[in-house]
Write a protein that binds this ligand. Structure first.
Ligand SMILES: [Zn+2]
Ligand SMILES: [Zn+2]
Length: 531
């Protein structure tokens, strides 16, 4: 019997974390990601782990993205002293990403503390600090993919290429039992076929239980070719109107894919003569790591290298490392391509560029990655007329190009093809997806492949026996966040505020135009939530 507790990355695409326990009492973790996307998700990062970090000797890490690795520094601070098994490029990428994440945590806490002080409240501790992140890096134990290892007696593992980002892996895990062993496969995030830079996902043929991502389980991506045409259109649209092209990008993989395509455009003479700014210290560091890891490139990327080019370089490309260089970009009114993080527009330099350009007619905003619920990027994609940036309502007048074909994720067809490789008819658990996506994929897997599918809830515990699964609900004390109750509370608060405001307005004879405007924005926001 193997017990798997789903501690994150279920019902959502963030916070990936699974506790696997064997009959002999061995406990290992698969991924330890950060929850992202709004206050309720953020609170989960501070809650009880669901296990004692001191007792975990092995953490398998599928890839470097923060939604899979972002709580590792906290895990170490809370007592983890085991080994973190992952591919060499993942270890290298985590070194820059965890330090960056720690920096963001520190800044957020500092900002919140300053805000609290003005309201005579206490200070806020960051989720973890730079020192915690540095300490965590010591526990990384890189292992090349395709090698079988036995990190603890009774537990065997092998990483396989997941084709999602540089170094990303699928995890094969064999847990020793009284009568043989049970094989679990964790897909991590899966890439799509013919993705740029990295090789296609490894095909796995057998598993008893498969934990598979379902981010785009309800969608088909456009082809890469169509997406390149759209990117070209977005560039031409803004250049002909003398405005900027903003590309909010995830620092790792997506940014390098965009650079790779811009490099192609440049070699084909398709790129207008305008500066291209990579305005993200993290993405600049990540690009250097990509350059140093050519042995993981696919054939097409290697062919570019063999022809004497750097796939991520072109003459007009400028790395803006300092804040001064970043600020200077918007002092110049001329057209430019600006690639800045973060990818969902919730933090980072992209917010400054949005504030300067989002309201400009003729500018292009190019969305090239998944936008989680509750993020600024998602609101823009969903058609908001205004979004809040640094406390200001900024009008969305730039043309928004949502280009799905650059996704580093498998789409519904890719996922169905990948699961079809399994000859052993595994029981499938769909994770790493919003409810609609997981459900749509689940129906397809049942209908087309006749596999049993279950979509776990947060903190659900699965008892896996050969050919039998028992599902236990989350414990009472670890209740799920109740969005409905939270929403209800906010509505009651709002009603009270409105009543108080009404009284004030009635008693006062002068109301400023700005106040009316702000209330109108609020009203509009309310209407969009309602619809
Ligand atoms: Zn990922
Ligand atoms: Zn992910």
């Amino acid at each position: 019997m193997v017990r798997v507790t789903c501690l994150g990355g279920v019902g959502t695409v963030t916070g990936s974390c699974y506790l696997v326990e064997s009959v002999q009492g061995k406990r290992v973790l698969v991924d330890c990601g950060l929850f992202q996307g709004g206050k309720l998700m953020d609170e989960r990062n501070y809650q009880y782990w669901g296990f004692d970090p001191k007792q975990i000797k092995t953490l398998f890490l599928t890839h470097a993205h923060i939604d899979h690795s972002g709580r590792i520094p906290k895990l170490v601070r809370d007592g983890f002293q085991g080994q973190i098994i992952t591919s060499p490029p993942t270890a290298e990428l985590c070194a820059i990403m965890l330090l960056d994440s720690a920096h963001i945590q520190e800044m957020d806490a500092e900002w919140q503390t300053r805000k609290n002080k003005r309201q005579a409240r206490g200070s806020i501790e960051p989720l973890y600090t730079t020192e915690d992140a540095e300490a965590a890096l010591k526990y990384f134990s890189p292992v090349e993919r395709d090698r079988t290892i036995e990190p603890e007696p009774g537990i065997k593992a092998r990483l396989r290429n997941a084709g999602h980002i540089l170094g990303s892996s699928v995890l094969e895990l064999w847990i020793e039992e009284d009568h043989g062993s049970i094989k679990l496969v964790f897909s991590g995030d899966l890439g799509k076929k013919n993705q740029l830079i990295v090789r296609d996902p490894h095909e796995v043929f057998d598993a008893d239980y498969l934990f598979m991502e379902s981010t785009y389980g309800d969608r088909l991506h456009r082809t890469l070719e169509a997406s390149k045409v759209e990117l070209k259109e977005a560039i031409d649209y803004a250049v002909s109107r003398r405005q900027k092209i903003l590309i909010p990008a995830f620092a790792v993989e997506r940014t390098q894919e965009i650079l790779y395509i811009l490099g192609e455009f440049n070699r084909e003479g398709l790129l207008p003569d305008i500066p291209i700014y990579l305005d993200s210290p993290l993405a600049i560091k990540a690009t250097k790591i990509f350059r140093n890891n050519k042995k993981y490139y696919d054939d097409e990327a290697m062919a570019i290298v063999d022809r004497g080019y750097d796939p991520f370089a072109m003459p007009n490309l400028r790395f803006t490392e300092t804040t001064e260089q970043s600020i200077a970009i918007n002092r110049n009114p001329d057209p430019a391509i600006v690639i800045a993080g973060n990818g969902m527009c919730t933090a980072g330099r992209i917010k400054h560029h949005l504030k300067h350009n989002l309201w400009r007619e003729g500018a292009s905003l190019v969305i090239v990655g998944f936008q989680a619920q509750g993020t600024t990027g998602r609101r823009i994609v969903d058609g908001a007329k205004h979004v809040k940036i640094f406390g200001e309502n900024v009008a969305v007048r730039a043309k928004v190009f949502t280009i799905g074909g650059f996704s580093a994720h498998a789409d519904q067809k890719d996922l169905l093809d990948w699961v079809a490789n399994f000859e052993s008819k595994p029981r499938v658990f769909l994770v790493h997806g919003e409810a609609g996506a997981s459900e749509a994929l689940g129906r397809k897997i049942r209908d087309l492949h006749g596999l049993e599918v279950h979509i776990p809830r947060w903190r659900e515990r699965l008892i896996l026996k050969p050919k039998e699964v028992i599902v236990e609900g989350p414990e009472e004390a670890e209740a799920l966040p109740d969005f409905q109750a939270a929403m209800f509370n906010v509505i009651v608060d709002l009603e009270n505020e409105i009543k108080a405001l009404k009284k004030k307005v009635m008693a006062r004879d002068r109301v400023g135009e700005e106040e009316v405007d702000r209330l109108r924005y609020l009203h509009e926001e309310l209407k969009t939530i309602e619809s």
